[in-house]
Design a protein around this ligand. Structure first.
Ligand code: NAP
Length: 224
């Protein structure tokens, strides 16, 4: 196995928006969809986001007990080229290992800064250094590091830049999108803002499409 199984999951509005126009968190998912995502997190065991999502939303990256009784801890993976993860963000304190991937040469400073701000605690923190290609972390190197650590299935939850990179590099096995019947407008984050031009058109098979709460859940697999 040269890379983990990658499942991309996100929620967007009918006009493709994934947050408020100013980038702040927007509640897009229905209660039914939130429950589905928590079950998916539990099933895959590892969740991955970009550092902008950490800075903007400060997510806990957990499985809530109201959805899964006695959930097992998740591995929480953050892509953070320059080591910008704030030391007081919530995911560092939730159950499970926090794995922050930074660019080569940024590991020690990032570790010292986070642990220096939290000296009396035993944070379960793993900081890995990866090569940087065109200013972004090398996803092949990431995949190798995850496999070396026994992480074989990952849920990629965003934001759009991270999702766009996994799509552009053909690194995904399944893509689910919840589409909420809302229009947001403006120039805030959208899937399309995160997706640069592709080497070739990516064709997807629509596996299912079903109503979920007031919106719709679409489930795709890449055709390769
Ligand atoms: N609706 C949803 O499902 C959903 C889910 C999550 C987040 N969001 C929203 O998404 C927004 C944040 O998204 P975003 O696109 O600005 O940022 P993001 O995808 O959360 O993070 C992108 C950052 O990750 C780092 N990175 C390192 N390697 C990367 C790689 N190979 N590919 C891509 N990024 C890499 C870069 O940091 P450096 O710039 O330091 O190099 C990059 O700027 C927030 O507004 C949040 O609310 C929505």
């Amino acid at each position: 196995m040269d890379r983990p199984y990658y499942h991309i999951n996100f929620a967007m509005t009918v006009d493709g928006r994934m947050a408020n126009p100013d980038g702040s968190r927007l509640r897009i998912s229905s209660p039914e969809d939130i429950r589905r995502v928590h079950l998916l997190r539990q099933e895959l065991g590892a969740i991955l986001v970009g550092v902008n999502t950490i800075v903007m939303d400060d997510p806990k990256l957990t499985v809530k007990e109201e959805h899964v009784p006695s959930p097992r801890p998740l591995t929480k993976i953050v892509l953070d080229t320059r080591g910008r993860t704030p030391s007081n963000v919530r995911f560092l304190w939730t159950p499970g290992r926090s794995l922050i991937a930074v660019g080569n040469g940024k590991g020690k400073a990032t570790r010292d800064r986070i642990l220096g701000s939290n000296p009396k605690t035993n944070l379960d923190l793993d900081i890995i250094e990866l090569g940087v290609i065109e200013g972004r972390l090398d996803l092949q190197g990431l995949s190798r590091s995850l496999i070396e650590r026994g992480i074989e299935r990952v849920l990629i939850e965003g934001g759009p830049s991270v999702i766009g990179s996994f799509i552009a590099s053909n690194n995904f096995d399944r893509l689910t999108v919840y589409i909420s019947p809302m229009l947001v407008g403006g120039k805030g984050p959208s899937l399309f803002s995160g997706l640069s031009s592709l080497d070739s058109i990516e064709r997807l098979e629509l596996v299912s499409s079903e109503r979920s709460g007031e919106g719709e859940l679409q489930d795709y697999r890449p055709i390769r």
